[in-house]
Design a protein around this ligand. Structure first.
Ligand code: A2P
Length: 390
């Protein structure tokens, strides 16, 4: 088996081209945490493509959610990724590429090149669907586009909700500001997410871009706790505190933008993006180990027990990014890389692409990044949208 994984006795076992690869319990000390598939799926196999077995796939039209590739380029890239052994495919309703992914999956499944249980397909509830009835509606649409009966993991993409307006992904008022839905209720949404596991339309459920407070509120009323949290995480923004929090609550973590998302310059962030691969520490380690800077960056995160989803449409780089299981960073190198963490300042995806003073993610960032922010919860602490006093 290539690029698939199992949880055996609390240890995550990855199967890669190079053969069986096992991370010892010491590194995966939150072994129970990676057992989330088993927990969410009492009868099912524990299949989690961790480490490098991921392939992130984005939309072709420039938008907050996209990088610039045509559907054809994306299909070709996904073919390459699957050939290389990637089995975890991360997508989202808002990326608007589920159709293209569905076409590739259909080809691979019908040709018998891969079986459904070898794949780990992740998609996400869009902000316009962030209400209980939206879960069934938008998961249904995603499944239809992907041509699947179920996904392996369904994530609430963001903690804030937008009002529905026609079919707009980011509904805006005339002045261009986002139509934030201030009645967003995380607890109610989570109940609807749990129902989808019961219905068998997703094997597991999780969150993305949620902060500690927001996760805690979901956990409070959850029958099925979130299995996974997907957040921005890389060498300059290592999310130490949030990762510790997730470990404590048995929530696995998946890192988006693990290479710093340089391709999204001007799209996902308002600031000048740093080139993580050009960092002298990263470069020195890469040269000494005869690896590429990207491999060093990915390996550093993988070695923390965090899944990575590097995005690439380039054949060589897709290949390169998959080969991070056959080397280990020494404690000394890990310490050097750990020291590059800039904390919240290192955040790239600042959500400033949403216009308006009450842009949800802007508020979200303020809340996430400031210990005692002025962000307040509407309705006196009920799980709702956010408002800020600045
Ligand atoms: P490309 O698609 O041309 O390979 P992230 O996953 O952090 O969002 O980063 C994605 C960006 O990094 C894309 O611009 C991608 O470009 C580039 N990239 C992906 N893999 C590598 C690599 N191994 N070396 C250099 N750049 C890479």
């Amino acid at each position: 088996m290539v690029g698939c994984s199992e949880v055996v006795g609390g240890v995550l076992v990855l199967w890669a081209e190079s053969g069986l690869w096992i991370e010892g319990e010491e590194e995966w000390e939150w072994g129970e945490g990676v057992n989330w598939c088993a927990r969410s799926l009492p009868d099912g196999p524990a299949g989690f493509a961790s480490g490098c077995n991921q392939f992130r796939y984005r939309h072709q039209i420039p938008s907050p959610y996209s990088q610039r590739s045509t559907p054809e380029e994306l299909e070709t890239a996904l073919e390459t990724a699957l050939e290389e052994g990637y089995r975890h495919i991360d997508t989202a309703y808002v990326y608007q590429n589920e159709d293209a992914i569905g076409r590739v999956l259909s080809r691979w499944l019908s040709a018998g090149k891969v079986t459904r249980d070898e794949l780990f397909i992740v998609t996400k509830l869009p902000p316009v669907g962030n209400r209980p009835e939206g879960v069934s509606k938008y998961l249904g649409r995603s499944l239809k586009s992907l041509g699947l009966d179920y996904v392996d993991l369904y994530l609430v993409h963001v903690p804030y909700g937008f009002k529905e307006k026609d079919e707009e992904l980011t509904p805006t008022a005339e002045d261009g500001s986002v139509l934030l839905d201030n009645d967003t209720d995380h607890a109610a949404i989570w109940k609807a997410m749990e129902e989808e596991v019961t219905k068998g339309r997703t094997k597991a459920i999780g969150l993305s871009n949620f902060n500690e407070k927001q996760i805690e509120r979901v956990l409070k009323g959850a029958v099925l706790p979130p299995a996974n949290l997907q957040v921005e995480l890389h060498i300059y923004f290592q999310q130490r505190r949030l990762v510790e929090f997730c470990k404590k609550h048995d929530i696995t973590v998946c890192a988006y933008s693990p290479l710093g998302s340089r391709g999204t310059a001007g799209l996902l962030s308002s600031k000048e993006l740093p080139d993580l691969m050009d960092n002298p520490v990263v470069k020195e380690i890469a040269e000494r180990l005869s690896r590429t800077p990207a491999q060093v960056l990915l390996r550093h995160t993988v070695q923390r027990g965090i899944a990575v989803i590097p995005k690439s449409t380039n054949k060589d780089r897709i290949r390169q990014n998959f080969k991070v299981l056959d080397f280990t960073l020494s404690d000394e190198d890990v310490s050097k890389l750990d020291a590059l963490d800039q904390g919240p300042v290192g955040r790239i995806v600042d959500f400033s692409f949403f216009k308006g003073e009450t842009a949800a993610a802007y508020l979200l960032n303020k809340e996430r990044d400031k210990e005692n922010s002025e962000v307040v919860w509407i309705n006196n602490g009920k799980l709702t949208g956010l408002i800020v006093r600045y």
